[in-house]
Every structure is written in C-alpha cells, then in structure tokens.
Design a protein. Sequence first.
Length: 266
Amino acid sequence: MTRPVRLAVSGASGRMGSALLGLLGEDARFVLLHAVVAAGSTHDGQLVFPGTTNALRYAHGWDTAPAVDVVIDFSSPAGLAAALDHCQAHGTAVVSGTTGLDAALETRLTEAGEHLAILRAANFSLGVAVLTRLLRDAAAALPAWDVEIVEAHHGRKQDAPSGTALALGRAAADARQTTLEATAVYSREGQTGERTEGNIGFAVVRGGDIVGEHTAMLIGQGERLELVHRATERSVFARGALQAAYWLADREPGRWQLADVIARSG
C-alpha cells in the first residue's frame, strides 16, 4: 500500500490498546483515525495524544468513525461484536486478539471471513508464532510422547487457560490428527488415576505482573523436550499486531493467521 494504512483501535484504553497507541506515534506506516473505549470509560472524549497537535479524541462507539482500512481489536467479546458490526457494514479488515468468545461469536467471525479479511490470534508475538510451528512439528515427530502445556500470566487476567495455551494445544492435537476437545485435560485434583495416553494437559499460574509465559513439554521415557516462550514487555504483542494489520490491509477476504504473516512477509 503506497499510502499510510488508515487504522482504528477498539479497546484503545486497555493494556494492549495503550501499547498500540504508544507505538503508533512513531510508525509512519499508519494513521490512527478512531480510538474506541467502553461506554462510561474515563477516557471517553479525552485527547488520545495529549500534548501534541493531534486532535483525535477517544470515542465510545462507531457512529462517528471515518473510513478506515483495518480495525485492531483488543477489547472484550461485546466490544469485538460492536467492532464487527461496523466492519461488516463497511467491508473493513479486522485484526483481533480478543479471547473468551462464546460459540455464537466464534461462528459469526467464521462466517464474516467469507466477506472480510480477518486475522485472529490468541497471541501476536512473532516468537509465539514460531513456538506454535515448532510444537506442531515436535508433536508429529514424537507421537507417543505426553504433551503438557503450562502458562503463567498476571493476576488480573480473566480467562484460563490462556488463549495462547489453547492455541498451542490445538496445534499439538492437529499434528496428531485429533482434536483438543477429545484430548484436553484442564483440571487434576484428588485421586485422578493414571494419565490417559494421548491426553494434552494444561496447568495455569496467575500472579503479580507476569506478561506471559508458555511452556510446551513433550515427555518421553527418560527424556523431555521443553519449548518455552517468555514475554517481558507487552509491546511485543503490539508490534506483532501492527505488523499483522499492515500485512492485512490490502488482502482479499478470508480467515488469516499470524503464521501467514510470517510466511509471506518480506
């Protein structure tokens, strides 16, 4: 695209939204035209970039949104649904990292991919994208080894296991030609009995200010392979989301993944 990508951010006052705004001020690939916050937010109506000549203000909806090329959404299921309403009405591409979606919204996103370019990821770290690829290869190469996934996040996180952990589990299950629904074990307590062959186990840690850590363990007899990713600052996810948005801006409709961005960038 020869001109800057026209961008809107949904969930603009959240942790990820704030990280995105912090990067956008110095990224000439984009021009931010709309920044959405939840109704009742203290940011509503305030300047997005105070102390600069940019007069853009936070909004609590999409009624005043100008034409944009891509919406980046890190809000909530309700916020994503509202953003999707706008994007479907205007043919706007969507990059979303919102998790905790119910089945109805998952179905709606799947159907929207027939008419919009949509890229969803549980984690926009490029390192996690490579971790997922490595886990898929390892799970296929070592089909008899047990798979366990451990994730750790800050104490304010609302869902568990994390969307990234679930995505890793799905990658391992797919590599073994099964499904996560058929193999996942989310809780172990009391007299659980022996581990069932082929299960994919999950363990969750919550506390402090942990940005995000994921460990995929493949455990055999007498040896163990561990694939680990640790994020130490939230900007890694924002950088990945911006890279995805830039790549998606002129793509045809479809349901894209971060792996596509890695494979086709450059």
